[in-house]
Design a protein around this ligand. Structure first.
Ligand code: NAD
Ligand code: 89Y
Length: 343
């Protein structure tokens, strides 16, 4: 297969990981980059040796012949950039959160579908190797049919120094981090019919909620609790680990801190270390996330080659984004929210 020619839009904090990951993938490369901030464009361009640089996305699409575009900007620009990709018939990856509203996200999915171009949301947490290990245990049937799950992310890591915009939005943890946990809950236990949510703001220096607790009914009959916090000071800081508990008819799965996986199933109990590898360019504690960036980008390349729909396609991600919208609506009303009414 000829090497795919990609462009990256948005040369900020997280894009560095995506650029490293593209370098790890033989069958694709980034040939051009774009950022409306010339300084950020220069820093990333110099770091990765990319000469073709644009401060305007329309000029990028006009000036390049591309097999895909990787959109690594923040949510407010996602709709216009994805629609621009669709108009130019260029398959697109879009960072999470897919869009500020579900209505925007639906329009983005429609634009790409009408144009016949692939669209994947960079929803990478389900691609973390510890989460994939949990999925593999479920697939093995060892714990039987799951009836309960807990997806938990509790930390006091300072995410605001690298991503200052997280402190200023009316919405914070559900939209930024809980969105990953909600997606993992869908990945492990299937789609959701109802969600009930409580939120709090503990840190007085930010605008949005930094604690959220969500109770979900899955269509499979399972119940899950998704809890996340950036106000939880622990003896050992677990960032950015997602901890998982699943109870099934024949056993249990526990993914605990330090990537310790305990499976109690039909054949007894097995404990294993499912730590992600530390890639040569990665740095702790981000290595878990960084490895998943390579995994999701490889998945995108494989899907383009085989013309199959990515696991976290735009259409799939509407169901995760609907959970985010429903969580905020439910936190405001105090009432459970039905998902099917939103989709
Ligand atoms: P950032 O603000 O550091 O970088 C975004 C860049 O996009 C900026 O340099 C900005 O100038 C540029 N930009 C914005 N609109 C543009 C436009 N229309 N045209 C060209 N350039 C434009 O943000 P970040 O922290 O890198 O986050 C980017 C996205 O990645 C966010 O949506 C965030 O939620 C997501 N993110 C994902 C993960 C993950 O694990 N998946 C982790 C961190 C951040
Ligand atoms: O933006 C967030 C994400 O997607 O993963 C962790 C993060 O960087 C901070 O919460």
């Amino acid at each position: 297969m000829a090497e795919l020619r990609g462009a990256l839009i948005g040369c900020g904090f997280f894009a560095v990981n995506q650029m490293h990951a593209w370098r790890d993938i033989d069958s694709a490369s980034i040939v051009a980059i774009c950022d409306r901030d010339p300084e950020r464009l220069k820093v990333l361009g110099d770091q990765f040796g990319i000469e073709r640089r644009y401060t305007d996305a329309a000029a990028l699409f006009a000036g390049e012949s591309l097999d895909f575009v990787d959109i690594a900007t923040t949510a407010p620009s996602h709709r216009s950039l994805v629609e621009m990709a669709a108009q130019n018939r260029v398959p697109a990856i879009c960072q999470k959160p897919f869009a500020p509203t579900l209505a925007d996200a639906k329009a983005m999915v429609k634009a790409c579908s009408d144009a016949g171009v692939a669209l994947m949301v960079h929803e990478n947490f389900r691609w973390q190797s510890p989460i994939q290990a949990v999925r593999a245990v479920l697939d093995s049937g060892d714990i039987g049919t799951p009836f309960f799950g807990r997806i938990s992310f509790r930390s006091a890591y300072d995410v605001f120094s690298g991503q200052p915009y997280l402190a200023t939005g009316k919405r914070f943890i559900i939209e930024d981090l809980g969105i990953h946990s909600l997606d993992i809950a869908r990945f492990l236990l299937g789609d959701v019919s109802t969600i009930t949510t409580r939120t709090a703001r503990i840190n007085p220096n930010i605008a949005g909620e930094d604690v959220a607790t969500m109770l979900m009914d899955h269509k499979s009959g399972a119940t899950s609790v998704v809890d996340c916090s950036y106000a939880t000071k622990l003896a050992a800081e677990p960032f950015p680990q997602t901890l998982v508990e699943i109870d099934g008819s024949d056993g249990t799965i526990r993914l605990e801190q330090d990537y310790r996986l305990t499976v109690t199933g039909r054949n007894g109990t097995a404990v294993s270390d499912v730590s992600p590898p530390l890639l040569p360019w990665a740095s702790r504690p981000w290595h878990n996330i960084q490895e998943s960036v390579v995994a999701i980008q490889k998945h995108w390349v494989a899907c383009l080659a085989s013309k199959t729909e990515p696991a976290t396609s735009g259409a799939d991600n509407l169901k995760t984004l609907a959970l985010v919208e429903a969580a905020y609506a439910g936190a405001a009303s105090g009432e459970p929210v039905q998902l099917d009414a939103l989709l």
